[in-house]
Design a protein around this ligand. Structure first.
Ligand code: SAH
Length: 407
């Protein structure tokens, strides 16, 4: 049975096509570790995702809605990464096979942006033709480590980040010119220098080789600058579905003090700004905070400011200063939050918490900590941001229990 059985999808120029024309089979299914969902229908995938949410947070939530699925569940990833390696005499680019350091060469991935995949193929060919060395993890020798392509879904701006093991880059100008010539759609090219023996893709230093060194995207009418190292949601269309749910869950009236914890480049807080009294964004990554400050200015948002700090530490300091928050929005990484964070959040006595999670397991654990602090989970809205993978995003609203209001 086809993945999109029984559903018609609008693609290219709004043409309605039958599912059998668009259902794309993956040639790498058993080799590449990125997707965990095989050839099942999208409806079944969404049903399984809902079950996973129910299994993990069902005991805390009063209502768990159906998963909001994608309109077209292919090529949604606006960020595509490939690692370079060698197979015999050939230079290859792809992803590590699950749990190994063996590279599976990838050409046409059905979840990645197609333009980004094509650029990665060209970069690989240019490495061959310019006779550049690819990095070897075992010996620590060689130059070209990774390539990262990010695209602004609505602006169509494209950033290519070439990750090298040292700052020297032979034939750099010719390489960049050739890449631009092959792909005039590229708006910026950055060299990222990663000299460390690490599994982290990006190093700390960036050199802009062409264009502004960042791309922009538009979400819910606001424009965001995205630097190479800043977190940005990988599925722009579904991010807007997710943020709308988060805004709805916050139930703002225009007067509230809102904290956007784990704020990245400030997207959620800025999308809530129009409905809040003031917003404070807290984020650990300094590059992301610089983007967030720039973004607030460029969108003429005045009642929002950003702090580069550990969210737990900063909220603890706020509480020690006698400050409060009305609503706390939190969007931690996959590992979830910490008990210390939950305690610090509760010490600001918010009337509600909006938890945006990309991992139902850690969300379930964290809801347990919130329950101990007197916050009960209400409605949950799962959103599919990562088709073909087992991951699912959830917005969950929590409210302070009546009896603990006197605290
Ligand atoms: N809300 C943003 C980003 C979510 S990703 C968005 O929707 O785009 C999670 C973010 O949490 C990352 O930007 C990461 O750098 C940040 N982070 C991780 N640990 C943190 C901590 N202890 N304090 C503050 N931010 C943290």
């Amino acid at each position: 049975m086809g993945r999109l059985s029984g559903i018609n999808y609008k693609i290219g120029g709004g043409k309605i096509v039958e599912q059998k024309e668009v259902a794309e089979k993956c040639p790498y299914v058993k080799k590449c570790g990125a997707c965990q969902i095989g050839e099942k229908s999208y409806e079944d995938e969404l049903a399984e995702k809902k079950q996973r949410v129910v299994d993990n947070i069902g005991k805390y939530c009063s209502v768990i809605n159906d998963v909001a699925g994608m309109y077209y569940p292919y090529h949604y990833r606006n960020k595509v990464h490939a690692v370079f390696g060698r197979r015999k005499d050939e230079i290859i680019a792809g992803t590590y096979a699950e749990g190994t350091h063996t590279i599976v060469p990838i050409k046409d991935c059905r979840i990645e942006d197609a333009q980004a995949s094509a650029i990665i193929q060209t970069v690989t060919e240019l490495i061959r033709s310019f006779k550049l060395w690819v990095y070897n993890e075992d010996t620590g020798r060689g130059l070209m480590r990774h390539v990262l392509v990010r695209k602004g879904a609505s602006t169509r701006q494209i950033m290519v980040v070439l990750v090298t093991a040292s700052s020297e880059f032979p034939h750099k100008n010719q390489f960049v010119n050739k890449l631009k010539e092959c792909h005039p759609e590229i708006t910026t090219i950055v060299q990222n220098i990663n000299e460390k023996t690490t599994t982290m893709v990006l190093g700390d230093r960036n050199k802009t080789l062409y264009g502004p060194g960042y791309i922009e995207d538009v979400l819910l009418g606001l424009r965001f600058r995205i630097s190479p190292g800043s977190f940005y949601q990988v599925n722009s269309a579904q991010t807007q579905v997710l943020y709308k749910k988060a805004i709805q869950a916050a139930g703002l009236t225009g007067t509230e003090t809102v904290i956007d914890a784990y704020c990245g480049i400030g997207t959620i807080g800025m999308c809530m700004h129009a409905k809040a009294g003031r917003v404070v964004g807290i984020e650990l990554n300094e590059q992301a905070v610089r983007d967030a400050k720039f973004n607030a200015k460029q969108n003429n948002l005045e009642h929002i400011h950003f702090i580069a700090a550990d969210a737990t530490e900063y909220m603890t300091q706020m509480s020690q200063r006698g400050e409060r928050a009305d609503v706390i929005v939190m969007d931690p990484p996959r590992s979830g939050s910490t008990e210390a964070f939950v305690k610090a959040a509760a010490s600001l006595r918010p009337r509600s918490v909006v938890y945006v999670s990309c991992n139902p397991e850690t969300l379930g654990r964290d809801l347990g900590w919130f329950a101990k602090e007197g916050y009960v989970a209400g409605e949950a809205w799962p959103v599919d941001m990562f088709g073909f993978t087992a991951n699912v995003e959830v917005v969950c609203s929590l409210h302070k229990k009546e009896s603990s209001k006197k605290k």
